[in-house]
Each structure stands twice: as C-alpha cells, then as structure tokens.
Design a protein around this ligand. Structure first.
Ligand SMILES: C[S@@+](CC[C@H](N)C(=O)[O-])C[C@H]1O[C@@H](n2cnc3c(N)ncnc32)[C@H](O)[C@@H]1O
Length: 442
C-alpha cells in the first residue's frame, strides 16, 4: 500500500526551515519534499517554496509583528508556516478563506494541534491590518527582498540600474533551451516544437537559443533522449562562441560540471576536450550529458587551483574558465542564494578565482585564448578581478568582445580599465553573466 502524501503547506514550511534556518540549498531539499507530497501537489509546493523565499524578508518581518512571542526550537517551523500562509494570501490564486483554512490544517500535520489557533489568528490579523503592518515593517530590505549587504553592493556597482536588477531578481526564471545542432538542425527542432504545440521564442541574436513561453519537464519536449537540445540559459550560451575554439585544438573546460558548456563547445568544433571539476558527483553529470548528446571528453576530477591536478597535461590552445562564484546573476533561478550567501564570501571567492585563474594561465599555450566567465554580477569577481589580472600579467592581452554581429556587444567599450561583458539579469530575458576574453602573448 502506498504511503499517504504529506500536507503540501506543512512540507513548504519544513523546506523553508531547512533553507533559511539551517542553511541548506533549496535544490537539495525540494526534490524529496516533492516526492513526499506526491505528483499532484509537486508544482504547488515548488511555487510556495520559490515564492516565499523570493519575498522572504517582507513576510518574515510581518510574521515577527504578528507573533506576540518568538517561536523557538521545534515550534520554529510554525513561523515559516505563517509565512507560507501570508505568501498565499498576497500572491496565489487561492481564495482567502481556503488559504487560511488549509494553512491552519497544516498545523495539524506538523503535529501541533495546539498551534492551529495561533496560525489562524496571525493570518486573520494580517488580512485585517495589512496596511498598518506593511507600514511598520517598511525598509529597503523588506521592500526589495534582498539582504542589506547585497543591496549596498548593487547600489554601489550600478547606481543607475540597481532597482531594476533587484526587481528582476524577484521574477520567475524563464526556461531556455540550446539546440544541439550536431544532433538536430534548428529549423527541424522548431518544427518539432510547432508539431507538439509548444510555444517558444528565438533569442534575437542567437538562433540556437530558444525560450519556451511556458516551462515544461524535459521529457515533454521532443527529442530529449535523442540529444536534440539541452536546458541552458541564453547568457550561458555565449561561452562557446566567445571561446571560438577550432577543429583539432586541445581545449580545457575548467570548472566544467555539470557540463553545459563542455557540450556546447563540442557542438561547435571537433576539439580534443578535457573537462575538469573538483566535485566528483557533479562530474558524473558531465558524463551523463556527454553520453546523452553522443559526445566525448576526457574527465579529470581535482582542485584546479593546484598545479598538480593537470601536471600530466600539455598546455592547452584554449581554456574556458567558468569560475566558482557568488552566483548572484542567477538569483531569479535560485532565490535561496541571496539568503545563503554572506558578504564575507565574496572576498573568499575572489581569492579562489584568482588562484584558479593563475594556475589555468600557466596551462595556456603562448598565443592561446582564455575565456573567463562567471554567473555573478559583482565587480569584485568580474571586472575588478580581470583588471587586477591584466595589470599584473604582462603577457595577458585583452581581446575585446565586439563586432561579432551580436548587437548587444556593439556598445561594449572594453578597455583594460573596463574589461569584459557584464550581462545583467533580465537583459533579453537572460541570467546575469560575465565574460572576459584574454590572449597570451607569443
Ligand atoms: C559555475 S559552475 C560550472 C558550470 C559549468 N561550467 C557548466 O556550464 O555546466 C562552477 C564549478 O566549479 C567547480 N569548482 C569549485 N571550486 C573548484 C576548484 N577549486 N577546482 C575545480 N573546480 C572547482 C564546482 O564544483 C562547480 O561545478
């Protein structure tokens, strides 16, 4: 006999507890919670978790006002249950009475019959006194739903655009596909989408990047098993083109897992590819992707800041370094990032990036190209990192990303003081991303 599915709101509250109090990532806890609630409620649970985490600061502050005493220990999950209730009242198309009743019922699933009244009182109090509560809790953190350190960094880096960036981070992420053209020409893939009545839009400057108007599970899209496409944000789809590797080159994808860019480079040229990453589990995903797309690469597991990891390899013609970073460009895709990251992490990450960059530079042939990439929007990891590298490496030449027929790039005015291409979240519906191309002098 199959076990009864768990209550969806109670599971959402448990997920919030795991992420916001215990520091786990939502992508680690959500899959099991979705199994617990069953297929029917999996999408509802996802919406509740993503939505509440996106708007967490607003509802956390209101919740503190509503609860007369702080909930601690085992009762803490009810703080999050109230937040789940508040989010439903403001953002979901669930009638108010049903949202309240179902959330109160979830208290029973959380084995706290006695707290039903408390949850009920909080939600009803919110409905009656919303304006007063919002006024009492208004500040930049609750208004923009980002931590204060992050708002300050974005204001300093983007004095004109900071509000748009923070607003974009609250949007739902679109689903982008990259057509794997060695396995399926773009026109044929588009016909297959038309036949399956799947609506889509092609990126204005990149014909292999296709955005589905409504996200779908991959197995409901034609050709997943046959390797016709991969799920990959359009910003990430610039890497292979900007690297510009040619047939027969010896190429390294450094920090490769799960292999989205490895596969893309192999779709653009017949190169001899080495894909390296420190994380063995993630590296196994590279192999899965290569197999599905019918591609080959040599995989290496190890720390790329350590010169020993690749000591048995000759220098490479081209290196793609998609460095570990704050991932602040992909907050709309992973909203928990903004609450899990700490201000102190940025310095540590930029030190790690500089170390890996130095080791990779030593593995690049004279005359070779290194493309540095991150999914960050913080200058410390991007522009300032590259400025520093260019001023301390006489053999590093900036190769500006311009005039390749990509109109976004026409207006880039790259110099050694302003190196690289910073894509901001939401530009052409893409993730935030950074690219900078360097050549090693002969
Ligand atoms: C941004 S992700 C790479 C995404 C990948 N390039 C893609 O397109 O699918 C960064 C990767 O860096 C790896 N990493 C972190 N520190 C590392 C290190 N010291 N050496 C090698 N890889 C590292 C992480 O395991 C992670 O897979």
């Amino acid at each position: 006999m199959s076990k009864a599915s768990k209550n969806v709101r109670a599971e959402a509250a448990r997920c919030l507890l795991a992420v916001l109090d215990k520091g786990q990532s939502l992508s680690d806890v959500l899959p099991q919670a979705q199994i617990n609630v069953g297929e029917k409620d999996a999408a509802l649970l996802q919406e509740m978790c993503f939505g509440t985490i996106r708007h967490f600061a607003r509802y956390d502050a209101i919740c503190h006002q509503l609860l007369t005493k702080k909930l601690k220990g085992k009762q803490r999950v009810f703080h999050h249950l109230v937040i789940v209730g508040l989010y439903q009242l403001e953002h979901m198309r669930i009638p108010e009475h049903a949202a309240v009743a179902e959330t109160v019922q979830a208290a029973v699933s959380l084995k706290a019959q006695g707290l039903k009244g408390l949850v009920n009182a909080c939600l009803r109090n919110f409905m009656r006194n919303k304006d007063v509560l919002l006024k009492k809790t208004a500040n930049p953190v609750t208004e923009y739903n980002h931590p204060s350190w992050f708002i300050k960094r974005i204001q300093a880096a983007y004095p004109e655009q900071w509000q748009t960036i923070l607003e974009q981070n609250l949007q739902r992420a679109p689903m982008w596909l990259r057509v794997h053209t060695s396995n399926k020409p773009v026109t044929e893939f588009c016909t297959a989408l038309d036949d399956a009545k799947i609506e889509y839009e092609v990126h204005p400057h990149n014909p292999t990047a296709i955005r589905l108007l409504a996200p779908k599970p991959v197995d409901k899209i034609p050709g997943f098993d046959q390797g016709w496409f991969v799920v990959q944000d359009a910003a990430a789809q610039n890497a292979a083109r900007l690297l510009g590797a040619c047939d027969n080159e010896h190429v390294l994808d450094a920090c490769a897992a799960p292999g989205g860019k490895t596969c893309h480079v192999l779709d653009t040229a017949k190169v001899n590819m080495v894909a390296a990453d420190i994380d063995e589990t993630r590296l196994s995903r590279v192999q899965e992707n290569l197999t599905r797309l019918k591609l080959e690469a040599q995989l290496v597991c190890g720390d790329l800041s350590d010169p020993k990891t690749l000591e048995s390899f000759e220098q490479f013609d081209s290196i793609l370094l998609d460095a570990p970073c704050s991932a602040t460009g992909v907050i709309r895709r992973h909203p928990d990032i903004k609450w899990l990251r700490r201000n102190e992490d940025i310095e540590q990450l930029s030190t790690l990036q500089a170390n890996i960059l130095q080791t990779m530079w030593d593995k690049l042939k004279p005359g070779g190209t290194l493309l540095y990439a991150t999914c960050s929007i913080l200058p410390d990891e991007n522009k300032l990192q590259m400025q520093q590298f260019l001023t301390t490496h006489a053999d590093a030449i900036l190769v500006p990303i311009v005039n390749q027929g990509h109109s976004d790039e026409q207006s880039l005015n790259e110099t050694v003081d302003n190196p690289g291409w910073q894509i901001l979240p939401g530009e052409h519906n893409m993730d935030g991303f950074y690219y900078c191309r360097l050549k090693k002098s002969q």
